[in-house]
Design a protein around this ligand. Structure first.
Ligand code: SDX
Length: 378
């Protein structure tokens, strides 16, 4: 008989000791390796932040230059991966394409040398470098185009937008996209990171770790919510319709996408930064009427649900930023994955240092000593 108390969703139960990131959900504070997210968003880049998360310290000028160069060098995908992706159904979701492609990458690097720092570094570099190329390649190939080759003169984010749109991005757009990646790079023991750590704990390869995390991120309660938010804003259609829409949803006890969080009981600090980035984009490239609907939603949801600590989370304003950058809605979650690869890899590396296979228990509530009934007697 079990003596453990069952906590649905493992709420409040630590699954690891970690020094990678920290969330204060009452005050709305997020830190990566002790540095506030607001400061990183202002001063860092996605690759520098990835280095910080994965290796635990800000890189020196030389270390960063070497890391950036390595990532740049590994951006191309193998033609056999590209050909495999070409055979994926165009109507399939890009998260499924990404999950399959990340796993397939492991076929080329099946020698697992988890104790070898060179293997660890190569895997980190390869995954950070190729995941954006895979996302862009699937986008072009499902439209019937050939993928474009990465451009070595463009940085990580500018190159991704270039591979996606087949033209060089505006510098402000590229910088804002890079900040979005930083904001999404890591977030303590969320569902996909937990999934990554469980997979890592079996000592499998990092490609399987990332593939399992991608699969977990895609659901609408997690990273997939950013796509649902845009669908919801389109369905609402006008500022006047916000209140009746929300009232009818809440009456049916439906969840409002992009709101609420297991840890934050105030507005997610990333949502505040993303809202600001959206405004910067609107100022330069023109307004989006869905932004007015979103702001009104935030106001009405606060009126109705603030007593439960329900405020916008990271997925609420990100879609409006990506829309303005000309990114199709079903790529929002793959872009979340491009960023979160940094966090997943940091947790993979940390898990290896203190590894013990995850093997929780359960509260069995089934029968015992049931006699087998012969088929003709059932
Ligand atoms: C991400 O964990 C992470 O860190 C994730 C993430 C990351 O960076 O990795 O931050 C990214 O996944 C953001 C979350 C994206 N998901 C959504 O936006 C989907 C909508 N939100 C929810 O379904 C919900 O808030 C969760 C999934 C985010 C959190 O779920 P919990 O902690 O299990 O909370 P719950 O569903 O048990 O709700 C608790 C109460 C309930 O009310 P009561 O029954 O107690 O009266 O809050 C209510 C819920 O009904 N509630 C909501 C709500 N979210 C919670 N009510 C209306 N709309 C919502 N969105």
């Amino acid at each position: 008989m079990s003596v453990c108390e069952f906590k649905p969703g493992l709420e409040g139960i630590p699954a690891a000791e970690s020094s990678i990131s920290c969330v204060d959900g009452q005050q709305g504070i997020l830190e990566y390796r002790g540095i506030r997210i607001e400061e990183l968003a202002q001063k860092s880049t996605f690759l520098e932040t990835s280095y910080l998360l994965i290796w635990g310290k800000l890189p020196t000028k030389e270390e960063l230059a070497e890391f950036v160069h390595e990532v740049q060098y590994h951006r191309r995908i193998k033609y056999r991966i590209r050909d495999m992706m070409k055979s994926f159904p165009e109507s399939g979701h890009p998260m499924d394409a990404l999950q399959a492609s990340a796993a397939a990458l492991g076929l080329f690097y099946s020698l697992r040398e988890l104790d070898n720092p060179i293997y660890v570094r190569d895997s980190v570099v390869r995954l950070l470098a190729t995941i954006p190329t895979m996302v862009a390649a699937f986008q072009l190939m499902r439209k019937g185009n050939d993928p474009v080759r990465p451009r070595d003169d463009l940085d990580y984010s500018a190159n991704f937008l270039y591979m996606l749109h087949e033209r060089e991005p505006d510098p402000l757009a590229a910088r804002i996209f890079d900040v979005c990646l930083m904001l999404h790079a890591e977030h303590t023991m969320n569902a996909s990171t937990f999934s990554a750590r469980v997979t890592a704990s079996t000592l499998t390869d990092p490609y399987a770790v990332v593939a399992s995390a991608v699969g977990t991120l895609g659901g609408p309660l997690h990273g997939g919510a950013n796509e649902e938010v845009i669908g919801m804003l389109e369905e609402i259609g006008s500022v006047e319709n916000v209140r009746p829409y929300l009232e009818s949803r809440l009456e049916k006890k439906a969840k409002i996408m992009g709101f609420g969080h297991r840890v934050y009981k105030v507005k997610d600090p990333r949502a505040t930064i993303l809202q600001n980035l959206a405004e910067q984009l609107f100022e330069k490239f023109g307004h989006d009427k869905y932004y007015d609907i979103a702001v009104e939603m935030e106001r009405v949801v606060a009126e109705k649900l603030s007593h439960k600590g329900i405020y916008p989370n990271v997925d609420f304003y990100s879609g409006l930023v990506y829309r303005k950058l000309g990114i199709p809605t079903d790529l929002f979650t793959p872009i979340f994955a491009i960023a979160r690869v940094a966090g997943w890899l940091a947790h993979w590396k940390e898990q290896l240092v203190q590894n013990r296979i995850f093997r929780p228990t359960q509260v069995y509530n089934g029968l015992h000593d049931v006699p087998y009934t012969a088929i003709e007697e059932r």
